[in-house]
Design a binder for this molecule. Sequence first.
Ligand code: FES
Length: 359
Amino acid sequence: MPTTDVELDGTVRAIARLFDAYERVFAAGRAGRSLSRSRPVRRAGFDLQLRLAGREVVAEDVVALTLVDRAGRLLPSWTPGAHLDVFLPSGRLRQYSLCGDPADRSQYRVAVRRIAEGNGGSVEIHDELEAGAIIRVRGPRNAFRLVDAPSYLFVAGGIGITPILPMVRSVAAAGKPWRLVYLGRSAASMPFLDELARCEGGDVLLHHDDGDGFADVAAILGELNALPPVPDLYVCGPPALMDTARQLLRAIDPMAPVFSERFSALPVVGGEPFTIELAQSGATVEVAADETALAAIRRVLPDVRYSCQQGFCRTCKCRVLDGQVEHRDRHVLVDRERDDSMLICVSRAPQGERLVLDL
Ligand code: FES
């Protein structure tokens, strides 16, 4: 049946009345404020310009940095295991675990070990970053969450203690049984021993290479299956330590949950050798079956940009001018990007392929 002008007028007036009512209740009224709360702290993107409020040497070659909001505002909340992306003044991007108190939102704390033969990020922090510097950070993000469990076994190697420390504090505060195996070169090189000593309800087994000999991880962890039931394992440290700890716990209980976080490159599995041509210089790089494209490129281009080395931060994204890519980034790049780009820290090429990159 055709609609008349009179009916249309009525319908328009009814819609207008509905909009009025909506505006009164939800936009201008108290209901709107409670149903749609503003989030002054969790701002979009979590990109923050923070001030380096303090530096403290917390162990041999380890400095703890305290970061605060420039205007003294509260910082976005975080949970144990979270990390920050830190953009250094040089342009380097690095990830550091938060090792302060999640309940204190006035500041973030990270700790960095100086690695002279590393890739420059830690040396820049130790040697060049001064109190008062403004630093861009992104996050916090958490890929190493603490899950509720009856009991916990923590294993930390060296600076791997940083994400573990807030976990231990949290579990201790919750009154759950826990044990920490903390391995390091020497007592002087191991940060936060005093803070760990104040955590109750569990015990800390320290192992110093210079006093106890080189760590026999299997023997140390073998004694730990006395924690009934088999605990959830959280491990952070050198890759060999993480692999050994995981294998040992799995041998005791194949179903035991194991959580780990690494800040180093993932091992290459099922790789084949291929060739990369760097278009800007014309240099050619051979990539071995067991190395990443990034590692091979760094031999001729040491300043090429990268960060996580695990295919999630996108820092190493590179334009591909020619050749077939074997993408291994777990869909961090969308399909459109995959047509002409790759993450050189994880993605590679089929055997014998020649990739031409815009580098
Ligand atoms: S370095 Fe992070 S994605 Fe490659």
